[in-house]
Design a protein around this ligand. Structure first.
Ligand code: PEP
Ligand code: MG
Length: 887
């Protein structure tokens, strides 16, 4: 016969910490604490398996369980010496739910169960405190009516208020035993009125009612919603914990509190918590009275008056501190604890791993490894890589008030305040004049690069997590909120409207790229502290990871930032951004507007020295590390003006008439630019563009080699290849340029020519393509877009719904669609390696900085991931975790 009831306390433990699936987190830890001899009020747990069976059998309990529960009650009675329902000295219990993971939405707690019209008298007699007994009964009816019977708790609050008003009191505590007795009568009357039955007097009925309510709450709407949002399977079920009551409200030698074994916000090794003398559990969290500090040091640091627990109850405090240490060594992690002191006797009610900030997680992991409590590998696994983001950027002061206007997507972390500006030229002008600005656009395009660079933060109404704004902002380390759909932005009138409010140019706004919040006015920020712990953990991570970590960067500044964060090379240098700079855009436009190859070459010749100096600086900063440079990728019309107002000025600068400019812009218009004339298709039709870029790369590399003696090994990357022939043609162009430069300079260099894998066809044909390409870099932004047939620039409008409805577990542009796109990557890697065993394999889409995607890259055996500079540390840690988990 299956066992459903597991006892704990009084030297008995039927379960332990390893039984979380069966006993829930709370039950497993209570059993564990009891088994290591800590003072736990005796009780029992009805397993999650019973919950599952309860639903399978039409919400009924089998007879065998009734007998088991009776045995559980007998266990508690034997240890406490009290009988359930005994009018003389009654046993009272608490009933609480406890799933595998803590789950809001579930029925929480019923305290003081076992009180009725008779036992309340016994409680009064044994406690010697009438008021305490009647107050306990009153609380019990109120809780039971609310969570078990589902009656309107407002009615009980109301009755309590009236009782106080009638006597001219303001506090519950002013009510006397007689007052409370009258209130109990009134509560019972309300129950009968609303429930059509008297309040249950049979303590066994009470108990089964509460047990049924806990199991029932597993299928409540709130619980279902929570499960859906957090991927918790419905068949996990919840457990029920029934435990002897202990009272923190039995006078001044009683107390109740919550504590962490280390500071959960800083990670400092100091007990941290709050307690209240003469109070029951919920009083601490309810905020009715101000809780007191646990330690003297904390009280003094806060300049608070009321004695700390250390001072008020030194002996019990000493015991508690010993329990904290015991629990930490036992669980080998920081614990979050609930305790009660009943007449100077300490009782432990709960322990679990404590939630903590990123900063605390880092410090606790490093400290515990140094203390010898955990291994370095465990320390590495303890820190959530994504949470490192919190540490690398300024964040909003959590204490400051916020006037939130709307919320968009948290596209690039960090917070920034500045004057609102609605175009990039103004952003640049004001920034040059020393102003902090926030660039606000409907969406950004490559033309906005200078404005984005100048701005402290970027806000867009459209675009998803991989929109231009998001990708570029992350790359630059600028905070960005994208896709804030409720904003209406009028760039012409320089105004943004949202929810009946207006923000005009020059108004102060704040964005929080970690939450997506957009706020009016300035909110103070706090600067990140890259403490010693950060460096220590990173060094440990570097020792165990196999994957190399490169960066996506195209300016010397970004390259430097990335190197500071530990990048081991550049995985993607997008060259198009370099073409938008003010000094070059005219030559770029002349190249586009030229009628023939000679015209294009003439314009490209002007660009050559500029490109060369770009690469020169980058090679210098990267000092011998591998640098992958991607040749031009975006469609040419992105470089031409779109607005009528700009045509005249641009035409004059480029030396053509407005009509020619307009005609050419019209010719270049595309219905689906992302699937149009871009990537290597540009190089196939205008080989001179790639030729000049290649020449700039080789000239720069040789110049650096001559200057420093260390020759860089450029990796020239061809975008959007779908066939071997495309790559062959482009490789010929690059090789020819290399030979020409080598001949002119009288020296040669090693270099590689490879391709991005961004199209399903390229993945499928990888075996053939590898005959030509020396490396593959998976461009998973485009590969996701082309495999899913979902435009990366338009996806935000419906992807949220898709994720909500469970069509995709996560935004596939943020976290790799391992099931689908992942298959193409694995297949391409395999076919590529078969042709060319030493082929270099990397990933340079946004997924290269996403921990779950990095785990997939480790499993697939890629050589490196490439992430934007600020995500390099995240990638290093995630790669280390993936390596450890893969062992
Ligand atoms: C990609 O497609 O994944 C990629 C890195 O290139 P881009 O984002 O520039 O298209
Ligand atoms: Mg791409």
């Amino acid at each position: 016969m299956t066992q459903y009831v597991y006892r704990f306390g009084g030297g008995v433990s039927d379960g332990g910490a390893g039984d979380k699936n069966l006993l829930g987190g709370k039950g497993a830890n209570l059993a564990e604490m009891a088994s290591i001899g800590l003072p736990v009020p005796p009780g029992f747990t009805i397993s999650t398996a019973m919950c599952t069976r309860y639903y399978e059998e039409g919400e009924t309990f089998p007879e065998s369980v009734k007998a088991e529960v009776a045995g559980g009650i007998a266990h508690i009675a034997a240890i406490t010496g009290k009988q359930f329902g005994d009018a003389g000295d009654p046993l009272l219990v608490s009933v609480r739910s406890g799933a595998r993971v803590s789950m809001p939405g579930m029925m929480d707690t019923v305290l003081n169960l076992g009180l009725n019209d008779q036992t309340v008298q016994g409680l009064a007699a044994t406690s010697g405190d009438d008021r305490f007994a009647w107050d306990s009964y009153r609380r019990f009816i109120q809780m039971y009516a609310d969570v078990v019977l589902g009656l309107d708790h407002g009615r009980f609050e109301e009755a309590l208020e009236i009782a106080k008003e009638d006597r001219g009191f303001t506090l519950d505590t002013e009510l006397s035993a007689t007052d409370l007795q009258a209130l109990v009568a009134e509560y019972k009357r309300i129950v009968e009125e609303l429930w059509n039955k008297p309040f249950p007097q049979d303590v066994h009925d009470q108990l089964w009612g509460a047990i049924g309510a806990v199991f029932g709450s597993w299928q409540s709407e709130r619980a279902k919603v929570y499960r859906r949002l957090n991927d918790i399977p419905a068949d996990w079920g919840t457990a029920v914990n029934v435990q002897a009551m202990v009272f923190g409200n039995m006078g001044d030698t009683s107390a109740t509190g919550v504590a962490f074994t280390r500071d959960p916000s800083t990670g400092e090794r100091a007990y941290y918590g709050e307690f209240l003398i003469n109070a029951q559990g919920e009083d601490v969290v309810a905020g009715i009275r101000t809780p007191q500090y646990l330690t003297k040091t904390a009280r003094e640091a806060a300049g608070a008056k009321p004695a700390s627990m250390e001072e008020a109850m030194p002996e019990v405090y000493g015991e508690l501190a010993a329990v904290f240490d015991r629990l930490e060594t036992h669980y080998r992690d920081m614990q979050d604890i609930e305790f009660t002191v009943e007449r100077a006797k300490l009782w432990m009610l709960q322990t679990r791993s404590g939630k903590r900030t990123a900063k605390a997680a880092l410090k606790i992991a490093v400290d515990m490894a140094n203390e010898g409590l955990i291994t370095r590998e465990e320390a590495i696994l303890r820190v959530d890589p994504a949470a490192l983001d919190q540490l690398l950027h300024p964040t909003l002061d959590p204490k400051a008030p916020r006037d939130v206007l709307t919320k968009g997507l948290p596209a690039s972390p960090g917070a920034a305040s500045g004057y609102a500006v609605f175009d990039s030229d103004t952003a640049e002008k004001r920034a040059n004049a020393g102003d902090a600005v926030i660039l606000i656009r409907v969406e950004t395009s490559p033309e906005d690069i200078h404005g984005m660079h100048a701005a402290r933060g970027i806000l867009t109404a459209r675009g998803g997590m991989t929109s231009h704004a998001a990708v570029v902002a992350r790359g630059m380390g600028r905070p960005c909120v994208s896709g804030a759909g409720s904003l209406s932005i009028n760039a012409r009138d320089k105004v943004m409207r949202v929810g009946g409010r207006e923000v005009r140019e020059g108004d102060m706004v704040t964005i929080d790229g970690a939450t997506g919040e957009v706020m009016a006015g300035q909110v103070p920020t706090v600067q990140p502290e890259l403490s010693g712990d950060f460096g220590t953990l990173m060094a440990w991570a570097d020792q165990v990871r196999r994957l190399k970590v490169r960066t996506n960067a195209e300016t010397p500044l970004d390259c430097r930032t990335a190197r500071e964060f530990g990048a081991e090379g550049i995985g993607l240098c997008r060259t198009e951004h370099m073409f938008f700079e003010q000094s070059r855009i005219t030559a770029v436009r002349q190249m586009i507007l030229a009628e023939d190859e000679a015209g294009r070459r003439a314009a490209l010749e002007k660009l050559l020295p500029e490109q060369r100096s770009d690469f020169l600086e980058i090679f210098e900063v990267m000092a011998g590390l591998p640098v992958t440079i991607r040749l031009l990728d975006p469609p040419l019309h992105e470089f031409l003006p779109h607005e009528e107002a700009e045509f005249a000025e641009v035409a004059t600068a480029a030396g053509v008439d407005v009509d020619t400019l307009k005609r050419r812009a019209g010719e270049l218009h595309e219905f689906n630019p992302m699937l149009g004339h871009r990537g290597c298709r540009l190089g196939v039709t205008y080989p001179e563009i790639y030729e000049i870029q290649a020449r700039a790369i080789f000239e720069a590399a040789i110049a650096v080699a001559e200057k420093s003696g260390a020759a860089p090994v450029p990796e020239v990357m061809i975008p959007l290849v779908g066939t071997k022939r495309e790559l062959e043609l482009m490789k010929t162009v690059v090789d020819k340029a290399a030979q020409a430069v080598f001949a002119e300079k009288g020296r040669t260099l090693d270099y590689l020519v490879g391709t991005m894998i961004e199209l399903p066809r390229a993945a499928l044909m990888a075996g053939e393509i590898a005959e030509v390409g020396a490396f593959f870099s998976f461009g998973t932004n485009d590969l996701t877009q082309t495999t899913l047939g979902v435009s990366r620039d338009d996806a935000s409008r419906f992807l949220t719904t898709y994720v909500e409805k469970g069509i995709y577990a996560k935004d596939p542009f943020v976290s790799l669609d391992v099931e689908g796109v992942g298959q193409l990557i694995a297949l391409a890697a395999e076919r590529g390696r078969k042709t060319r065993p030493d082929i270099k394999l990397g990933i340079c889409g946004e997924h290269g900085g996403d921990p779950a995607s990095i785990a997939f890259c480790e499993k697939t055996g890629l050589d490196y991931v490439s992430a934007s500079p600020y995500r390099v540390p995240i990638a290093r840690l995630a790669a280390a975790q993936a390596a450890i988990r893969g062992k």
